[in-house]
Design a protein. Structure first.
Length: 390
């Protein structure tokens, strides 16, 4: 970055410009709001702030120049941070500085023309000094603006993660105290929403992009055992769309909660999503809701009950030397709606073999495959074993 410079001619002209600072400040202000579209649309308070800061900056610059000292970038750097925090685009800010420098140069030339002994060399030196100052100011503004925006992004991300933690952990008081809003998470203020529990190996950016392509906004937080998410589903059909989209995006198991109306209910949504995920066999891939596997979800929700079901119902089968073949026959029979012919086709064995295996399951468990209550018990016990096994 070039060092700030000045010139004898600028030093001679600066006092005259300082003497009419009010008019000069007004000229710069009007040029900016006329030529920079963003500033033309600013509210009165911000415009007044812009004008005051500009006049202080120009006054400081002219004061230093009149004393033969080069202007510094300190005011421009302070202003760059101020405008970044106010949301002024950097292009608009740089354009405003260029306009200010241009007006100053025009005023300097007016004063220089009043001096009888000015040479072309002195004018060239003054021009070089002025536009060198413009370059160094622009570089300083760019640098500070960029650093400020990076800092803001980090602050926003930290705040977003804190707010998400409060929601997922059910700390509603913290959410309220922190001023939590949907906007801070990149979500609409009103639901419905879905809670999602996916694998922590999933790519957050890929999930966000995939959902956004379907018009669905989401917010995610990697946690110790899962990737937790919130998906906004404002339209009636959006919940099904979100489920289908997630099913095609996730790399492992993902559970999806029923829709809920407010962000403060997110902890319950995540809990139900975790149950839906637990109801999927480990090693499988896809997204599912509780409604798709209610029995498996009930079993997953109560590990103690699951263990008792396995012991009370399936232990005699598990102790049998052919337990794998027996359980496979029972599982496929339940999946196919009780069709021994279809079981035989899927297992590549004779129907009599299927019947023999199922008869053995009935004898070992003491439960009949012709009684609905016993079938339900066997189904629940089989799911408990499957989830524990996986």
């Amino acid at each position: 970055m070039a060092k700030p410079v000045t010139s004898p001619l600028l030093t001679r002209c600066a006092p005259a410009l300082l003497a009419r600072m009010d008019r000069l400040g007004d000229t710069i202000y009007r040029a900016i709001i006329t030529e920079v579209e963003f500033y033309a649309g600013m509210d009165a308070e911000l415009l007044a702030d812009m004008r005051a800061v500009n006049e202080r900056t120009v006054t400081e610059m002219l004061t230093r120049t009149a004393a033969g000292r080069p202007a510094t970038n300190a005011p421009a750097r302070r202003n760059a941070r101020r405008r970044a925090l106010q949301g002024v685009p950097v292009d608009a800010l740089l354009q405003a500085y260029r306009i200010g420098i241009r007006v100053l140069w025009e005023e300097f030339t007016v004063e220089a023309e009043k001096l009888p002994d000015i040479t072309l060399e002195e004018m060239a030196q003054a021009s070089t000094a002025m536009w060198t100052m413009a370059d160094t100011t622009s570089q300083a503004v760019n640098e500070v603006y960029r650093d400020t925006m990076v800092g803001l992004a980090r602050d926003d991300e930290r705040q977003r993660l804190v707010l998400l933690s409060a929601l997922f952990e059910g700390r509603v008081a913290d959410w309220v105290m922190l001023g939590g809003t949907g906007r801070a998470l990149g979500l609409p203020e009103r639901g419905p929403y879905l809670g999602v529990a996916a694998s922590h190996h999933d790519d957050v950016a890929a999930l966000e992009r995939g959902l956004l392509r379907q018009g669905l906004r989401s917010a995610w937080q990697p946690r110790a055992d899962e990737l937790a998410g919130i998906v906004a589903v404002p339209q009636p059909a959006d919940a099904a769309l979100a489920l289908t989209t997630l099913d095609g995006l996730v790399s492992g198991r993902a559970g999806v909660s029923p829709p809920y109306s407010g962000l403060r209910d997110t902890a319950d949504g995540l809990r139900l999503a975790l149950l839906a995920r637990a109801a999927l066999p480990a090693g499988s891939r896809g997204a599912a809701t509780l409604d798709e596997r209610p029995v498996a979800a009930l079993v997953a929700a109560s590990p103690d009950l699951a263990g008792r079901l396995i012991t009370a119902v399936l232990r005699p089968v598990l102790d049998h030397p052919d337990h794998e073949a027996l359980l496979e026959a029972l599982e496929v029979w339940l999946e196919t709606g009780g069709s021994t012919a279809e079981v035989a086709a899927r297992l590549f064995c004779h129907r009599n073999t299927v019947r023999n295996r199922l008869d053995r399951v009935e004898r070992l468990t003491g439960r009949s495959l012709s009684r609905p209550a016993d079938i339900a018990t066997l189904y629940a016990a089989l799911w408990a074993h499957r989830l524990k096994r996986d």
